[in-house]
Design a protein around this ligand. Sequence first.
Ligand code: NAD
Length: 425
Amino acid sequence: MSSALSIYEDDDVFAMAREQFRVIADYLQIDVNNRERLMYPKRAIAVTLPVHMDDGSTKTFQGYRVQHHLTLGPTKGGTRFAPSLSMGETAALAMWMSWKCALNGLPYGGAKGGIACDPTKLSRSELEAVSRRYMQEMIPFVGPHTDIMGPDMGTNEQVMAWFMDTYSVYQGYAVSEIVTGKPVSIGGTEGRREATGRGVVYLVERAMDMLKMDPEKCTVIVQGFGNVGSVAALSLALRTGLKVVGLSDATVALYNAKGIDVKAAEQHVLKKGNLRAFDQGDRIDPNEMLLQKCDVLVPAAVDRVITERNAAKLQCRILAEAANGPTSPEADRILDQRWDEVFVIPDILCNAGGVIVSYFEWVQGLQSFMWSETEVTDKLFRILEHSFTQVIRRAKVHKISHRMAALAIGVERVMKAKATRGLFP
Ligand code: NAD
């Protein structure tokens, strides 16, 4: 391995994405000459962001952006604000975005970026300063035809609005298509905020249908109550009819066999900012919550929460991976053995709703189109249906896991495009 590539190597999340890729590369019998260029990012940018804090001090933050490949179009990916964010993790997330976009037929390579910071510890003005400074540093590397940012953990519509504004000030006119996940009032798309959670629910319903499960008799546990987890939990409870028996965020994990009122939880979080003082259930060890009996388990927070330590003990029938990378390769090997007990909806399929509707938002921005929420949601479900059917068919015909099938379809598409175009992208 050359030293130029070693900037990613120390990171555990990158090691996980690399191992997943190795398994797929072996399965697809990818030539050694093509493996590294398929796996390593095209570009990785690290920036130092000095920011004036409210107390008069100046603090420097580290920011990253990784563009995985430019073979199929511009790169696309979320922006994560999290204390532990590293270049390796960002590169892993960018790689997963590539396979996700390709699986779902979107004309993008994957990207990811973010800042190593805890947004909950920043005031609004500090958050704005950090966000604007980050976009300012990124201006030479991004653009509506080069790399389009979106939200991820720790960022939201407001952060996207600051990104768009900073980029637009530099250009001298409004460039709404530089980011997705913006507020609707400045060119965002109806239904983008809800898209990832809605996609998760669509796929859970499809899986339940296939497995002939009656939603009214089923229970669900959701880890993470942010954008994705809250929309998924609310919709599964209020629309699909499942009973939510477990719910957690970074501050607390709650379990209640009689059911948790998710609407009340949402109201509580709107007022208090988190679930810490929400009293509708027993406090439970967060790791134990994942092991409770339920029909559907939705990890919707951080990576590597299903590992070799707990994969054999999961008691769910469906594992709907709303988060990116929630299951480690070691856990995958255990879940492969349990294929008839646990139906896995792999992350690059399960949480693809966000990037699919981001693609609509980007197209709308470029063309100055306006689509209603119903149109957006219909189009979203059509793409997810196609991807779901392809993954299930490939897994069945080739007798491989759903993750293998999903990754194989994604990697194969990028590989074929690279072979057709040549070495440049
Ligand atoms: P968010 O910041 O809105 O919410 C994250 C939630 O997870 C919060 O409730 C937080 O308290 C909780 N959390 C953090 N650490 C936790 C822990 N250790 N245990 C339990 N809960 C914890 O983020 P989000 O946008 O909802 O993203 C959640 C996951 O979904 C991430 O893995 C992200 O990459 C993935 N994802 C998000 C989108 C999107 O459109 N936002 C799209 C695809 C995938």
